[in-house]
Design a protein around this ligand. Structure first.
Ligand code: HAM
Length: 425
């Protein structure tokens, strides 16, 4: 027998029992973002490889070892997007969305990273991302964080911690970087292999190490906060004041550096300890240099992205998610003529009662088999259309969940009777 073909490792099907959870989350996010005036944008899943190299950074984990990059039939190097910010900036530039105007945008969809799969970490995963362009002050940083806080509230997710840091400007970071490299060089023997590799390519990422043997060394390293200039300090201070005024709790995490190179000033992450090692459910920050880096006029920008699988895992743990919708009515039919009539009848009922969830039996099957399916569908009642009912111009109503006698109703009274039963119209 031929071997079954399976899904690619780290890439998952979302099954019918789970799609209601996704839809619930998506509907809530769509609603909240709409209320804040954000508009949806949809970008392609594939972009030129160069876009990600130039934006995320050549020496990041993502670009160095996680991208799904391939040559297409023309020999062009293309990449499945590992994140949405680069494509969003590319699209905004390409369509002139940033000319003398602000933009509040959001997107959702699959992203691809060739990471080692584990709970909460996948090779195809989904993000909902939000990006705001053309606003330089800390108020828009605060707005984005308030959006996320409202989302957790409306979704019923509690216990998330907001971590904040400021990465300063590119110049401030460069000066800090020199000092950091000098510090780690003085302690070269204590560095693990990964950190030695990063020492000259991306030393800030050493601060992010998960290696417990390096914890002490990292704790003693110089702190970026001490290298921020006056403007950066002010921006960060004002953001904190805004959040405090709005009642959003946060903790300052000077080791929060993020894995993408385009950030400046504000960076933040919402984390939980309930998902094991993959505890960041939402992350982002300011990226004032990126638009110019991709060829546009210098434009301040800030955004974040949520990991949909991780948020759903939290909601599932809390049992806060809706179940798959059940059918209201299952239409059972028997005999050639009734089968023809059944679909027409079903359409008429759908016209009259648009809210009704009606499953019409299709294909063969005796009464017994059809009632079994009716029961499994979760329907409250079965409508029965056999040769006898057809001849009398009637439909049988059998109550599947309530102790009520079977009824026979004239076809033209059926919609009215169903409306009574379901209290819907
Ligand atoms: P990121 O931190 O790389 O940022 O990803 C954002 C979120 O996506 C993470 O916090 C996590 O919840 C989820 N995520 C990332 N990788 C995986 C994975 N392999 N499996 C499951 N979930 C994952 C960005 O992507 C930036 N573009 C965010 C941003 C937007 N910054 C500014 N604007």
């Amino acid at each position: 027998m031929a071997k079954n073909i399976q899904a690619i490792r780290g890439m998952h099907d979302v099954l019918p029992s789970q799609t209601p959870h996704w839809q619930y989350l998506e509907a809530c996010v769509r609603d909240v973002l709409g209320r804040y005036g954000y508009q949806e944008i949809r970008m392609p899943i594939v972009e030129s490889t160069e876009l990600f190299k130039r934006s995320i950074g050549e020496v990041t984990d993502i670009v160095e070892k996680e991208m799904y990059t391939f040559e297409d039939r023309n020999g062009d190097s293309l990449t499945l997007r590992p994140e949405g910010t680069a494509g969003c900036v590319r699209a905004a530039l390409e369509h002139g969305l940033l000319h003398n105007q602000t933009q509040r945008l959001w997107y959702q969809g699959p992203m691809f990273r060739h990471e080692r799969p584990q709970k909460g970490r996948y090779r195809q995963f989904h993000q909902i991302g939000v990006e705001a362009f053309g606003m330089a002050g800390p108020d828009i940083d605060a707005e984005l964080i308030l959006i996320t806080a409202r989302l957790w509230k409306e979704l019923g997710i509690d216990g998330l911690e907001l971590q904040l840091n400021s990465l300063g400007t590119a110049e401030e970071r460069a000066a800090y970087r020199q000092e950091l490299v000098a510090y780690f060089e003085r302690h070269h023997d204590a560095l693990d292999e990964d950190s030695r590799r990063r020492l000259h390519s991306n030393p800030l990422r050493i601060l992010d190490t998960k290696n417990p043997d390096m914890a002490e060394l990292v704790a003693g390293a110089p702190v970026l906060a001490d290298h921020l200039g006056e403007d950066s300090r002010q921006h960060f201070g004002q953001l904190q004041a805004l959040l405090t005024a709005a009642g959003v709790n946060f903790v300052l995490n000077p080791r929060l550096v993020r894995g993408l190179d385009y950030y400046s000033l504000t960076v933040f992450e919402w984390v939980t300890d309930r998902l094991g090692a993959q505890g960041t459910v939402c992350a982002g920050g300011r990226y004032d240099g990126l638009v110019a880096q991709l060829g546009g006029r210098s434009t301040p920008a800030v955004g974040f992205a949520m990991g949909v699988e991780r948020l759903i895992a939290l909601l599932e743990e809390d049992g806060r998610l809706p179940e798959a919708a059940r059918a209201d009515v299952y239409l059972v039919q028997m005999g050639e003529a009734a089968r023809r009539e059944a679909l027409v009848l079903a359409e008429r009922l759908r016209d009259a009662l648009p809210q009704l969830r009606l499953l019409a039996h299709c294909g063969e099957g005796g009464f017994k088999a059809q009632f079994k399916r009716a029961d499994r569908s979760g329907a409250r009642i079965a409508l029965v259309l056999g040769e006898g009912e057809l001849a009398r111009g009637e439909i049988g109503i059998k109550h599947l969940r309530d102790e009520l006698p079977q009824e026979a109703v004239a076809v033209d009274r059926l919609a009215g009777r169903l409306a009574e039963i379901f209290d819907k119209s």
